[in-house]
Ligand binder design. Structure first.
Ligand code: FES
Length: 166
């Protein structure tokens, strides 16, 4: 089933199978303390992000207002309203990385990929997120692509790093 998502103007692709699984997740947590966070967490794992249709289903399933679901989704950074790319790029802009040129790394990534932080490339290959400190401050500037850490990075290395990811 293909549905247009009004919230992010994307085209959310949620199969019938995923709708059924989402209903099972809702049923599993309904009535328990902290149900909303648990359901949203598992829903995002299932779908990859939290499009409006999924938020509506969660609100109806848990018998709570959609506004409550939306405020939780937008409050916690771990929840996403937009689809993520196949590869997640995290750019550290904590203080140590910032003073060592994290901005230039981010700029190079944005120029190379043609997107800005928080966005996903149109081919769905990469998403860029800015994070605060990855615990490797002595090695800054640092980025992480999926599970790979790149330390003491120079902007010139960015294109060759991106080539490693299909
Ligand atoms: S500030 Fe970047 S790893 Fe700590």
């Amino acid at each position: 089933m293909r549905m247009a998502c009004e919230e992010c103007r994307c085209s959310a692709e949620i199969t019938q199978d995923k709708w059924e699984k989402l209903d099972e997740i809702i049923a599993k947590y309904k009535g328990r303390p902290g149900a909303l966070i648990q359901v949203l967490h598992e829903a995002q794992e299932l779908i990859g992000y939290l499009p409006r249709e999924a938020q509506v289903r969660v609100a109806e399933g848990l018998d709570i207002p959609l506004s409550e679901v939306y405020s939780v989704v937008t409050f916690y950074a771990l929840f996403s309203l937009k689809p993520k790319g196949r590869h997640q790029i995290n750019v550290c802009k904590g203080t140590a990385c910032y003073v060592r040129g994290a901005d230039r790394i981010l700029e190079k990534l944005e120029d190379t990929l043609g997107i800005t932080e928080g966005d996903t490339t149109s081919d769905g290959r990469f998403s860029i997120e800015v994070v605060r400190c990855m615990g490797a401050c002595g090695l800054g500037p640092v980025i992480r692509v999926d599970d790979d850490i790149y330390a003491r990075l120079k902007p010139d290395r960015v294109p060759e790093i991106l080539k490693k990811y299909d």
